[in-house]
Design a protein around this ligand. Structure first.
Ligand code: ZN
Length: 397
């Protein structure tokens, strides 16, 4: 009966958290912060709120370990969720409706309010059982992950407040999987957004001008498309998508009128560099293609993430060894890979702290950012059991 009560409390908390619409754009995080502060009070744990800007709170709940000088364990999640097309949903997306088979529908059910509550409920179980651990555990809730985390984790990892947490290892979000194999991410691709800007001779469009912006831009665009074709072929040949570089032309700018040859044209790209490529080599190649295209062609970066080394998955990483051992003990299957997207843990890895991306959602369709996002309550509760074993083990590394 006691377990049943704890379970229904956990599901209640999950649904309450989902009912707070921390949805982009222009999120008001206040209710969310209040909710988390109440959670901390109930656990009798201290919480602090760090602000990178007035409306960008980052909440940290701390459970001090028996040996607080040891490096701490950071259990990370983000509070924000992506927008919805409400008319495409079977239930109101912030109602957290639970249907007759226990599926809980809400934006954030998979990405990633489930994980935030699972961390808290795991700690609640330890406290109920009067367990103690050597290492301090911090549970962090960040803003704005879904829009790049500039005033969230990207900013926070650079602060003295973060350094004071003395983090040795981090758990962050993973992904659902439709079968019984849990995806675990140990790295991510390096995201770059940039324009290739090409300046050339303008003039009347009835004439053959030399040195046009379009000819030079096309030289680089074709190089990029050839590169893309090669990477795409690797995926078709079965190479894991985490190990290839994705390249997409996503923006085109320039021109004012059909009969005017423009003086500048630009193509915008989204590329995500595989950890198997060196970012400096990629940059050199881009500059070389621009030089080869001719004068007046350049790269202009809009977003240039720093390449982070993947977290090691061998015996040199005691955190990984514990994680894997607990998985094996539970007789659960996992598959490690490089994450297809880029989340908050990239900022943690960039400063050299190992991190694994893991959300315990096996046998669940992947509905992150999709319509009718849901998580089944039994999968959610099973996730708490999984975290129970893993976090216990990590907190005593
Ligand atoms: Zn997420």
């Amino acid at each position: 009966m006691a377990l049943k009560n704890i379970e229904s409390k956990a599901v209640d908390n999950f649904r309450k958290y989902l009912q707070i619409p921390t949805v982009h754009p222009n999120i008001d995080y206040e209710k969310c912060v209040q909710f988390l502060q109440v959670q901390a009070q109930e656990l009798n744990l201290p919480s602090t709120v760090y602000f990178a800007a007035s409306n960008k709170p980052l909440v940290i709940i701390t459970w001090i370990g028996q040996n607080p000088q040891l490096q701490s364990l950071l259990l990370h999640s983000h509070m924000d969720v992506v927008p919805v097309y409400a008319e495409q949903w079977n239930y109101e997306p912030f109602s957290a409706h639970k249907d007759e088979v226990g599926n809980i529908y809400a934006r954030g059910a998979q990405d990633m309010k489930c994980v935030g509550i699972q961390y808290l409920e795991t700690i609640r179980l330890y406290l109920k059982e009067n367990l103690t651990f050597d290492r301090t555990i911090h549970i962090s809730f960040s803003p704005d992950e879904e829009i790049g985390g500039k005033l969230g984790m990207k900013h926070f990892v650079e602060t003295d407040e973060f350094k004071a947490l003395n983090v040795g290892f981090t758990l962050d979000e993973g992904m659902a999987s439709p079968d019984d194999v849990f995806p675990v991410f140990n790295g991510e691709k390096t995201l770059w957004h940039f324009y290739i800007r090409s300046r050339g001779s303008p003039g009347h469009a009835s004439l053959f001008h030399d040195n046009t912006a379009a000819e030079k831009l096309m030289y680089v665009v074709n190089k990029m498309m050839d590169w893309r074709a090669g990477e795409k072929a690797k995926v078709s040949a079965g190479v894991d998508v985490g190990r290839v570089t994705s390249i997409n032309m996503t923006m085109l700018d320039g021109g004012c009128q059909f009969n005017v040859v423009p003086s500048e044209l630009s193509a915008g790209f989204d590329i995500r560099i595989s950890p198997e490529l060196d970012e400096r080599a990629v940059l050199d190649t881009l500059h070389r293609w621009c030089r080869e295209a001719g004068d007046g062609v350049r790269v202009e970066f809009i977003e240039k993430n720093v390449q982070a080394k993947p977290t090691k998955l061998d015996d040199s990483n005691p955190w990984w060894v514990k994680f894997k051992t607990e998985f094996d003990k539970m007789d659960l299957k996992l598959k490690t890979s490089i994450a297809p997207g880029a989340g908050d843990s990239r900022y943690i890895r960039q400063i050299g702290i190992p991190a694994l991306g893991f959300s315990p959602m096996a046998n669940t369709p992947v509905l992150l950012h999709d319509h009718n996002e849901y998580l089944n309550e039994n999968i959610f509760l099973k996730g708490i059991q999984i975290y129970y074993n893993i976090i216990k083990s990590l907190a005593s590394v």
